[in-house]
Design a protein around this ligand. Structure first.
Ligand SMILES: NC(=O)c1ccc[n+]([C@@H]2O[C@H](COP(=O)([O-])OP(=O)(O)OC[C@H]3O[C@@H](n4cnc5c(N)ncnc54)[C@H](OP(=O)(O)O)[C@@H]3O)[C@@H](O)[C@H]2O)c1
Length: 327
């Protein structure tokens, strides 16, 4: 089969598109013919050796897939050959390939209304965001939610989940087109967080109280402002640092406002607490089937152009999700 293979931790253009021998199944595993694979910011971080996780080499990136089951090993009860499924890898990745082997519980029956590309756009961003809002922030209906980078992968998923969970959503994004996209996906308000006074706009939108929950995948200057827009007993969710600078916080701020700074580490929780993580993803698929969540696939690339797809994400050009499609 063809795959994108990382042989050294280096800039992503050193990734190779090459032939790889598929491995035999072990008990309880399924083989999936991959039709689409989601691309995420951390795929590039891992390939470049800048992520907390350094996978053993050679390594195939890609942690989310949509495809068809082509083979099942003894002991598989959940799936049969021909089933349309969404696949969720662990730290070992493997999605940027024509086939992937997963334990049966890592594959989910796909609602008929969902395409393979949409399936590949679900696990990381909706998984991260539902974990952040539900398990980490314990967000309640009626609370206000500020989403930074709201038109990006995790950002847009959070806007949609926030509405599905009954929050009042304030989207922050850098361009009019990105803010419009967040509004189309359910945000109640949108602010331009490149303006100097943007946190005052956020405060005004909450009647001066400040927001209950902040979802921050951006860091940098946006963090410096957003930590001043949190209300009493709020929760500030630290997701990532796409701006490139890991910010610092004077801890009198959470003390004075009695708010929590909450680290979110989805991959470790997902793999360590799989039954809860699986239940979250089943909830996401049910909401997708009901039309309450609408995964946005904004760009599709053939597998052999994976590096271009990865660069489009790190280059700040992307809204929603980018997927690779296999011939
Ligand atoms: N903690 C976890 O468990 C977890 C799980 C998944 C992802 N993440 C992290 O979450 C972050 C976002 O991932 P994503 O897939 O949603 O990425 P994404 O689609 O590229 O979205 C990130 C957003 O960041 C904003 N941004 C600000 N400065 C940027 C810059 N210099 N370069 C690129 N984007 C910039 C962009 O919005 P504007 O143009 O509107 O500013 C962009 O839409 C990444 O750091 C990723 O590693 C963390």
């Amino acid at each position: 089969m063809k795959a994108i293979v990382c042989h050294e931790f280096a800039p992503v253009d050193r990734l190779r598109y090459e032939d790889v021998q598929p491995r035999a199944l072990r008990a309880g595993e399924v083989r999936i013919a991959v039709h689409a694979a989601g691309v995420n910011f951390p795929d590039s971080l891992k390939a470049e050796g800048q992520h907390q996780i350094k996978p053993p080499l050679p390594w195939i990136p890609g942690s989310e897939t949509g495809g068809i089951v082509t083979e099942v090993a003894p002991g598989v009860t959940r799936h049969k050959v021909g089933d349309r499924v969404m696949g969720v890898s662990g730290a070992d990745g493997g999605g940027f390939a024509q086939q992937i082997v997963l334990p049966q519980e890592r594959a989910f029956a796909l609602p008929a209304s969902m395409s393979f590309a949409q399936a590949a756009a679900v696990p990381v961003v909706y998984g991260t965001s539902l974990y952040a809002l539900k398990q980490r922030a314990r967000m309640q209906p009626g609370e206000s939610l500020l989403v930074l980078g709201a038109a990006g992968g995790v950002g847009l998923a959070t806007v949609q989940l926030g509405k599905a969970m009954g929050a009042r959503v304030i989207a922050a994004a850098s361009t009019p087109a990105k803010r419009e996209l967040a509004l189309q996906h359910g945000a109640d308000h949108a602010v331009d967080y490149t303006l100097p006074d943007w946190r005052e706009q956020v405060k005004a939108l909450t009647g001066g109280k400040g927001v209950d929950v902040v979802y921050d995948p951006v860091g940098g200057d946006a963090f410096d402002e957003a930590v001043r827009a949190v209300g009493w007993m709020g929760r500030y969710l630290v997701i990532g640092f796409t701006a490139g600078r890991i910010p610092t916080l004077k801890v009198n701020m959470p003390l004075v406002k009695g708010y929590d700074l909450v680290g979110v580490r989805y991959d470790v929780w997902r793999d360590g607490w799989w039954s809860e993580a699986r239940a979250n993803l089943e909830q996401v698929l049910a909401w997708c089937a009901e039309g309450r969540l609408q995964p946005l696939v904004s760009a599709r690339y053939p597998l052999e152009r994976a590096v271009e797809a990865m660069r489009s994400i790190t280059g700040r050009q992307v809204t929603g999700k980018v997927v690779l499609e296999m011939a």
